[in-house]
Design a protein around this ligand. Structure first.
Ligand code: FEO
Length: 171
């Protein structure tokens, strides 16, 4: 059984993952309208990944005899002034999620819940990848600046990079 404290924090986290999925969906839609085919594919897929993160938590909570509570999500049609702003938000968002995962790991140790501690290791690994990836994209966009040709090429690059990563079973 999950302790009350762990149950509460896991439910908070599953709702954060659900919000992340919705946030990336709204980003993907904004980017698609701007004509960036590669970046929008990346963001649509990322939204699906966040949904998987949420599902893993739901199934874990149920398996441990806890209760899942899904919040109403309030992310709608966010607009950005630039791709740089969008990816800056994405990077900041991932850093916040990492903090929350670290906090959860800490709580699981305090509560001596080693099952949850073990379960969370997957999220730790995932967050290392996600932070590094969003930082890499942000750095590249920073380098390109407002150069339209550079952004066009970057959009093509991210499509190729993303396809390669999708087909790779490493992770
Ligand atoms: Fe599920 Fe990107 O954190």
């Amino acid at each position: 059984m999950l302790s009350e404290k762990i149950q509460t924090e896991l439910v908070k986290q599953l709702n954060r993952e659900s919000e992340s999925s919705q946030l990336y969906l709204s980003m993907a839609s904004w980017v698609e309208k701007k004509g960036y085919e590669g970046i929008c594919e990346f963001l649509y897929d990322h939204s699906n990944e966040e949904r998987i993160h949420m599902l893993k938590l739901i199934r874990y909570i149920n398996k441990r005899g806890g209760n899942v509570i899904l919040n109403k999500i309030s992310i709608h049609n966010i607009t950005y002034i630039s791709l740089k702003e969008l990816f800056k938000n994405l990077f900041e968002h991932e850093k916040e999620i990492s903090k929350e995962i670290n906090f959860l790991v800490e709580i699981s140790l305090q509560e001596k819940d080693y099952f949850t501690y073990n379960f969370l290791q997957w999220y730790i690994k995932e967050q290392i990848e996600e932070e590094a990836l969003s930082k890499m994209i942000l750095d590249k966009i920073d380098l390109i600046g407002e150069d339209k040709g550079g952004l066009y090429l970057f959009d093509k690059d991210i499509k190729t990079f993303h396809k390669k990563n999708k087909n790779c079973n490493c992770g």
